[in-house]
Design a protein around this ligand. Structure first.
Ligand SMILES: NC(=O)c1ccc[n+]([C@@H]2O[C@H](COP(=O)([O-])OP(=O)(O)OC[C@H]3O[C@@H](n4cnc5c(N)ncnc54)[C@H](OP(=O)(O)O)[C@@H]3O)[C@@H](O)[C@H]2O)c1
Length: 333
């Protein structure tokens, strides 16, 4: 089958668009014919070798972390799916490879695709949707009446997280540039900080939760936005020891991650707030709940551009500009 392959890790390195064997189907797996795949900053980071220690893949590796498609075959122990069904998923981090014609995934990681969406729209949801869900629902326990700051509201995670936070009943502040102010307002943001004109840390205070997806500077400034007992949750690092333990990292790696987050944890403690790093994980059950929210019109996908499969590397270069609005997707079939 045709696939986009990493032969060796290299910063901005070229990928090979070549032939790879079809994936092997395990007892609990569904084999999916891929129609569309979401493109994420994670794909670029994996290609560059930034995740070598955390995600020790065997090369050659088929890249791609999000999929929408049709089930073509199921393993002997699969109960929830059958051939012909339209599904979507973020495959387990150990079994990625959605820039290809087929992928095999454990049924536990898969959910029915929202009926109201095209394949391209559906492929834009699983990774960012689960990230927002695990950050705001699972980690933050965000509740009605609370206040949350979602950084980079016009990005892939931001466009979903704003809508989910509004659905949960929170007051939502977000940061974006002038060009995207109308977009984030249309998604429901209550307070929009145009970072070209204002400093968010001078405007906002007394917040319950901050979801950070930007760099160190933004992360540290976010501390002052929180009230005592507030939660700073970062998806862009630095990783902490809990995360290292969750992924079964060695004792040595646990210490490295503890050190990497030492500074921000210390500052958070000083301010009476908590810091934690979130690395989202595959979860078909949570994704099914997201399907319901999409089908009932609570959350809509924001797709910036759709590229043909052959142009996946161009799609990666586009997201690497850091200026995409919502999601970028490749059409595989
Ligand atoms: N840990 C996890 O589980 C996890 C999961 C998903 C993503 N991530 C990470 O989270 C980060 C964001 O992912 P993403 O998919 O949302 O990225 P993205 O879609 O590529 O983000 C692009 C958006 O970021 C905005 N942006 C850039 N600089 C900004 C700034 N200083 N202030 C406010 N907005 C800014 C841009 O808006 P403007 O053009 O208006 O600046 C643009 O719309 C990435 O580093 C990704 O790897 C982590």
């Amino acid at each position: 089958m045709k696939a986009l392959v990493v032969d060796r890790y290299r910063k901005k390195g070229a990928l090979r668009f070549g032939d790879m064997p079809e994936p092997e189907l395990r007892d609990n797996d569904v084999l999916v014919e891929i129609h569309a795949a979401g493109v994420n900053p994670l794909d670029s980071k994996i290609r560059d070798g930034e995740f070598k220690l955390i995600l020790p893949y065997r090369l050659p590796l088929i890249l791609g972390n999000e999929v929408a498609g049709v089930v073509v075959r199921v393993g002997s122990r699969v109960r929830r799916f059958k051939p012909g069904q339209e599904i979507y998923a973020r495959p387990d981090k150990a079994r990625i490879g959605t820039f290809a014609e087929f992928i095999a995934m454990n049924e536990a990681d898969v959910a029915m695709k929202p009926k109201t969406l095209s394949m391209e729209e559906a492929a834009s949801i699983p990774l960012v949707g689960l990230t927002a869900w695990q950050g705001l629902v699972e980690r933050a326990n965000l509740e009605k009446g609370q206040r949350v700051l979602i950084h980079a509201g016009s990005g892939g995670v931001g466009t979903f997280a704003i809508q989910l936070a509004k659905h949960l009943g929170a007051t939502v502040a977000t940061t974006t540039s002038t060009a995207n102010v109308d977009l984030v307002k249309s998604l429901g943001a209550d307070i929009v900080i145009d970072y070209k004109k204002e400093d968010f840390e001078k405007v906002l205070s007394g917040y319950d939760v901050v979801l950070n997806s930007l760099g160190k500077d933004t992360l540290e400034k976010s501390l002052s936005v929180l009230k005592a007992g507030g939660k700073l949750i970062s998806i862009s690092g630095p990783p902490d020891a809990e995360f290292a333990r969750d992924i079964g990292a060695s004792w040595f790696l646990q210490q490295v991650m503890r050190l990497l987050s030492f500074g921000i944890r210390k500052k958070a403690k000083r301010d009476g707030v908590s810091y934690s790093f979130l690395f989202m994980r595959a979860n078909g059950e949570q994704l099914s709940k997201i399907t319901s929210l999409v089908e009932s019109g609570v959350i809509r996908p924001v797709v910036d551009r759709v590229f043909p499969f052959e142009a996946t590397q161009e799609a990666l270069r586009y997201i690497e500009t850091g200026r995409s609005k919502g999601r970028v997707v490749v059409r595989v079939k």
